[in-house]
Design a protein around this ligand. Structure first.
Ligand SMILES: [Zn+2]
Length: 290
């Protein structure tokens, strides 16, 4: 059984649970028992992202989405419950049916509770409460995951590193939210700003991030830095940036051939949009510029 399970794709493992599913455009959504309304909400959001980017069914970017309760998640996925992720193996996005029981939500709440009063009060003002802010961001992580799903297959970008992959998934989400849900985007930016200012860095550089991708709060801090970078780049490049990335970092046959050293990645990014090299030098700085 162990061998058979290992050879199954993630999608096949989910399908083997015998869950209900439905089709929504280029998305196939599987959901745990009694979680149809949550799955509908996720599908409505993600189908709008697909429409926004012109992703149609059968054009090479079809994506599966699994909205799972804790027991279905544990049976099919290797990450802690609620640590949403995309896996190319089966082209599937894993999302928690119970957002507030999930790892991302809890890390965000912890981070926001530790943030300085001047930034946490802003989150409370915008989102009602710190938990409300955490929920807003954790919910929209689904759009970021679809960004991963579309990065190579739809946009034709071959991510040359892991941090670049994360940054671009946020850019896909940012561009969508800026056009379709600016209110939500404003909250996401404020919550991430609070997180970036509340967490003391333990990973000093992008090179170190690449050697050993951090977990927990440090991972959340990096995600916040990526959102902040998207915020600045979007003001300068807007919707053009994704096409520019595809020209500068084209998808090729294998991921190994796409990989580049950070210095080269940053040199090319700097050419597209000013400020990347300076931003990269500061990812290990203490919050608040201490
Ligand atoms: Zn990601």
């Amino acid at each position: 059984m162990g061998t058979a399970t290992a050879q199954r794709s993630r999608l096949e493992s989910v399908q083997a649970l015998g869950l209900a599913s439905f089709q929504r455009g280029a998305l196939t959504v599987y959901f745990s028992r009694d979680r149809e309304s949550r799955a509908e909400g996720v599908a409505t959001l993600l189908a709008d992202v697909a429409t926004f980017y012109g992703v149609a069914r059968g054009q090479g970017a079809d994506t599966n989405v699994a909205v799972l309760d804790e027991s279905d998640w544990e049976a099919t996925f290797d990450l802690p419950y609620g640590l949403s992720a995309y896996r190319g193996d089966g082209a599937i996005v894993f999302l928690p049916a119970d957002l507030e029981a999930g790892a991302i939500f809890r890390v965000l709440v912890d981070g926001l509770e530790a943030s300085a009063p001047e930034v946490s009060s802003q989150v409370r003002a915008e989102c009602g409460s710190l938990r409300g802010g955490a929920r807003e961001l954790a919910d929209l992580v689904a759009v970021h995951e679809l960004g991963h799903a579309y990065q190579r297959r739809h946009f034709g970008i071959g991510p040359p590193s892991q941090w670049f992959n994360e940054l671009v998934a946020w850019y896909v989400a940012y561009e969508y939210l800026a056009a379709r849900a600016p209110e939500s985007l404003r909250k996401v930016v404020i919550v991430n700003r609070a997180l970036a200012k509340s967490m003391r860095p333990t990973t000093p550089s992008l090179d170190e991030f690449e050697r050993s991708v951090p977990t927990g709060r440090e991972y959340a801090r990096f995600q916040a830095l990526f959102v902040a970078r998207c915020h600045d780049v979007h003001r300068a490049r807007g919707a053009r940036f994704l096409g520019e990335l595809a020209r500068e970092f084209p998808r090729v046959a294998t991921r190994d051939q796409e990989r580049l050293e950070n210095a080269e990645i940053l040199r090319r990014l700097e050419r597209l949009s000013l400020g990347f090299e300076e931003w990269a030098r500061r990812v290990g700085d203490l919050p608040g510029g201490e």
